[in-house]
Design a protein around this ligand. Sequence first.
Ligand SMILES: [Zn+2]
Length: 129
Amino acid sequence: MPKYAFGRKSEKCLKELDPRLQDLARLMMSKQEMDFAIVCGHRNESEQNAAFAAGASKVKFPDSKHNTLPARAYDRVPYPIPLNAAGEWDDKSPLWGRLAALERRCAAELGIEIINTIPWDRPHCELKD
Ligand SMILES: [Zn+2]
């Protein structure tokens, strides 16, 4: 048994993704360097506009790469999710940078161009094209 593996929610999100992003996430997990979860794949119109209203996205449907099916973006988080003293996601945790670096290495290995360095959206990773 591998030390780290995707749970049911991650697997559900993975199925909604462009095959290149599925390959990327699975390669990252296969490295067994750290645990992480995929928390969002496709977002439909009401989910996207709810994310916009909550400040979790800066665009409305259908302008996010989460809005296509298969989705051309996913959100992933280190697992367990690092929390600050207030119990909110801790953007300052070094785990986000470690996960993004692992992602860039794996993307280079697969020859996939990604954008995963949006400062205000640390869980987000999308295909460049
Ligand atoms: Zn996202």
